[in-house]
Design a protein around this ligand. Structure first.
Ligand code: GLC
Length: 429
């Protein structure tokens, strides 16, 4: 892990806002705990509210640190802070693919959460266990889903698509007809096409949906160079400039949501958080959106959503590990997860909450799509351990080159196979 000489400076540059929430009660413990929360959609506001509640209940105070939206940028920030053993952030919100890369810098939360673990999705607690240590507590789980404009599909007599062929045709037909009728800015499909972690997630969905595997198999063998993966990428490349704007090559989650939520796209690939915002009071598409599983590839294909999600971890370099652990207990409790599910569409990590009528009323698709969450496809983070980031960067670079038209799919996959072989050889996984 590279060392970073000036973490304070970097933090100052990257953190958009730092909020100090003072304790109102006479401080019992009186320590200040800082937590780095995500800031996508309403994430930051919900994190702040729950952390403030904890501060008031315990007599401590919290600093809320806003981190970059791109998970790749957030990862770089954490690497710099942790490699320099900075005590500046006590609690870190970490991605589901990071435990193997960051685990050695994080405390073992197993003993403090022994009572909670049995109620959580085992796949997540297993994922967060590195060398027998539970280095992070699952906070919310993500899986890629397909959003569609229910009103437009109904208007044109088109059923929600089950396969990528159907989605491509429906997007093209509605885009052509609506443009002819005056909605000149309408596009068929938006997704995450920028070269970053989000593109690795989208590409995994395309490839797995065609039966082309998940880049690296469970034994660590590299499987990406196969004809079904080529078909999947060729199909995705065909969307650029036809049903998807060329600008999608620089879209992350929020850019895609911006286009969809302003009524300028028929379909969108995104995570569940976009539901709460699309249904928000001020959303132009409120009441006109449906959510279904991502389409299948060819005849042997399947609905495939990438497994995502975020965890809370305590830094080994924290000066207040007990208070920080207590804050994580508060934030990951059933009550706070329920509040976040209702107000932000963040999928709980506690299984029993999927039977909660208020949560299901706020997010009708949670129940129907539960299999998509339970069977979501993991990225090859466990097999590649500390090298996952290099693997993912090689994937997103290749996929971006294929989407942009600078490489064709078979050639790109051949090169990707070679790059991954080289990483594997050096890493000896
Ligand atoms: C979402 C997912 C996360 C993924 C990221 C990619 O935040 O929860 O797992 O890495 O998107 O952009």
């Amino acid at each position: 892990m590279p060392t970073m000489p000036r973490p304070r400076l970097i933090l100052g540059l990257l953190i958009v806002m730092t909020l100090v929430v003072p304790a109102t009660r006479a401080a019992a413990a009186g320590v200040r705990v800082s937590i780095a929360c995500g800031a996508l959609g309403v994430e930051l506001a919900l994190c702040r509210e729950a952390a403030e509640e904890w501060a008031q209940q315990t007599g401590n105070s919290v600093s809320i640190v806003n981190t970059p939206n791109s998970s790749s940028d957030r990862f770089s920030l954490y690497v710099q802070l942790l490699a320099s053993r900075s005590p500046e952030i006590d609690v870190l919100q970490i991605d589901v693919v990071w435990p193997g890369m960051l685990g050695s810098h994080l405390l073992d939360l197993g003993p403090a959460f022994a009572d909670r673990v049995p109620g959580m999705f085992p796949a997540l607690t297993d994922n967060n266990t590195v060398d027998g240590r539970l280095v992070a507590i699952p906070w919310y789980v993500d899986a890629g889903v397909l959003y569609y404009r229910r009103d437009l599909l109904e208007k044109h007599g088109i059923a929600p698509p089950q396969s990528w062929d159907e989605m491509t045709r429906a997007a093209g037909t509605i885009q052509t007809r609506e443009r002819a009728a005056g909605q000149s800015g309408l596009w068929g499909f938006v997704f995450q096409g920028k070269p970053y972690e989000g593109l690795t997630c989208d590409a995994l969905e395309w490839i797995a949906s065609w039966g082309g595997g998940s880049f690296v198999d469970a034994d660590g063998d590299i499987t990406v160079n196969n004809p079904l993966a080529a078909t999947a990428l060729r199909r995705a490349a065909s969307w650029i400039g036809t049903i998807a704007p060329r600008g999608v090559l620089n879209y992350d989650e929020e850019s895609a949501r911006g286009v969809f939520q302003t009524g300028n796209a028929v379909f969108m690939r995104n995570w569940p958080y976009a539901w709460a915002l699309a249904q928000g009071e001020d959303s132009p598409v409120r009441g006109r959106v449906g959510v279904i599983a991502l389409p299948k590839g060819g005849p042997d294909g399947r609905h495939a959503g990438t497994l995502g999600g975020w965890q809370l971890a305590v830094s080994r370099y924290s000066r207040h590990p007990q208070a920080a652990t207590d804050l994580v207990r508060h934030l990951t409790s059933a009550r706070i997860q329920k509040m976040r599910a209702i107000r932000g569409a963040y999928n709980p990590t506690i299984m029993a909450l999927y039977h909660d009528p208020e949560i299901l009323a706020a997010n009708p698709f949670f129940e129907a799509l539960l299999p998509s969450f339970v069977e979501a496809i993991p990225r090859p983070a466990r097999q590649t351990g500390a090298h996952y980031n290099q693997v993912s960067a090689a994937i997103w670079r290749t996929v971006h080159a294929v989407l942009s038209g600078s490489t064709d799919a078979p050639e790109g996959l051949e090169q990707l196979q070679q790059s991954l072989d080289r990483i594997r050889h050096r890493a000896r996984w």
